[in-house]
Ligand binder design. Structure first.
Ligand SMILES: Cc1ncc(COP(=O)(O)O)c(C=O)c1O
Length: 246
């Protein structure tokens, strides 16, 4: 593996310029994690792969907005954020990449051809999880599809980001142009106050606001299933907390 871009210098708070990366001529593919669930960044523009196949982990932005699948060789993601219960993975792979030409020693089970040839029924599938995913797909269609999900998600995220941008207590941690619609990390600047916020929010019925254990602070994950009213409730609580603690 060859790391060709990183924002580690600023704690992964932005997406590096990926318009002219040193893509190795021998590279098999260029890989991105399109929406970083932990740091709350999102590729708004795909990298210039210089002709190489693009592979993307889209676990935390799957079905949050329309996607042009023709731009990728392989898209994959766990369904556990926007689609259904943990235990199911969806892979969308270009047909010419489904081959027997895999690294020597690759287990049968980890070879895409195995699953493609068997109609995704090589092993016993997690039928219940897939059934729930089907229900969510129908719900998505009924809601108006991915264009409507995008609008809903933009409206939801804007409410929270607008509040963060004028707050004197809370601060979003990601550069504006690279902000995720799904995961919104923020901090007060004080570990003590962050902990107090998470505790009091929980008491007020606002769950799971603690940031990922590797970064601390707070993180609001506002996936498809989170209604606008949920974000309104969070912002109202944040305003109240700000008034009481500034
Ligand atoms: C973007 C992304 N990739 C991968 C994973 C890991 O998924 P799993 O725990 O199903 O391996 C997650 C989190 O669940 C994620 O957000």
């Amino acid at each position: 593996m060859n790391k060709i871009a990183s924002s580690e210098d600023k704690t992964f708070s932005y997406i590096p310029d990926c318009s002219d990366l040193p893509v190795d001529e021998d590279a098999d593919y260029v890989y991105i994690c399109e929406n970083n669930t932990i740091y709350g960044t999102k590729f708004k523009e795909l990298p210039n792969t210089k002709g190489k196949t693009l592979v993307a982990d889209v676990s935390s932005c799957f079905l949050s907005e329309p996607v042009d699948v023709t731009k990728y060789g392989l898209i994959y993601g766990g369904v556990q954020k926007n689609i259904g219960p943990a235990g199911v993975v969806i892979a969308i792979i270009r047909e010419d990449l489904i081959t027997e030409d895999v690294l020597p020693g690759t287990p049968t089970m980890l070879t895409y051809k195995t699953h493609a040839d068997a109609g995704s029924l090589y092993n016993t599938p997690p039928a219940y999880g897939i059934y729930i995913c089907g229900k969510v797909f129908k719900w998505l269609k009924k809601m108006g599809g991915l264009e409507v999900m995008k609008e809903r998600n933009e409206k939801k995220a804007k409410l929270l980001y607008d509040y963060l941008d004028q707050s004197k207590l809370f601060k979003g941690t990601v550069e504006k142009k690279d902000r995720s619609l799904m995961n919104v990390p923020f901090v007060t600047g004080s570990d003590e106050l962050d902990a107090k916020f998470v505790k009091e929010a929980k008491e007020a019925g606002l769950e799971n606001l603690k940031g990922h254990r590797t970064v601390g602070g707070m993180r609001a994950s506002i996936y498809n299933a989170m209604p606008y009213e949920g974000v309104e409730a969070l912002v109202a609580f944040m305003k109240k907390f700000e008034e009481e603690n500034l």
